[in-house]
Design a protein around this ligand. Structure first.
Ligand SMILES: [Zn+2]
Ligand SMILES: [Zn+2]
Length: 161
């Protein structure tokens, strides 16, 4: 399915899902504070998450995302999606979160923009760490669940693997 992504951008942010072209829900339009603190836009069609360091209200999260961004400037494999913020071709890398006991979670893939500090996380990737609470039937409900999971994970050190 080929749609003009820019033509789809009709909501107040103008950012659209890089996977399905749906309008992304901006952090400010969500009732959940997890979105606001971490600068998460989300897609109500596929439950994907778009993070951006500059959009994060939490300075801790903003700092974490800036650190992660450095891992995408020189490294990573070019992916077939463009950054919703700046249209650069995104890169994909595998990374894991380090638990308090020092062990690592299963690796998941994240798309990062080499130009700006944006990241895209597919719901499927987060499901590897946290299975869908509702069988994945309601993308809106699932996105809310994943935002909470992601907020907890972002407290942990991130390791590129
Ligand atoms: Zn989507
Ligand atoms: Zn970008």
């Amino acid at each position: 399915m080929v749609r003009s992504r820019r033509m789809m951008a009709s909501n107040q942010t103008g950012y659209v899902c890089p996977r399905d072209g749906s309008d992304l829900v901006p952090p400010s339009a969500s009732q959940r504070s997890a979105y606001h603190r971490n600068g998460m836009h989300h897609c109500e069609t596929c439950s994907g998450m778009l993070l951006n360091a500059n959009a994060a209200a939490s300075s801790l999260c903003s700092k974490k995302l800036q650190e992660m961004h450095e891992g995408f400037v020189e490294e990573g494999t070019p992916d077939d999606i463009d950054c919703p913020f700046c249209d650069s071709q995104m890169k994909v890398r595998s990374f894991a979160f380090q638990r308090l006991d020092g062990s690592l979670t299963d690796p998941i893939e994240i798309d990062g923009c080499p130009s700006c500090s944006s990241f895209w996380l597919d719901a499927d990737e987060l499901h590897r760490l946290s299975p869908p609470s509702n069988g994945g039937k309601d993308a809106k409900v699932e996105a809310n669940a994943l935002a909470v999971v992601l907020e907890i994970l972002l407290q942990l050190p991130v390791v590129f693997v």
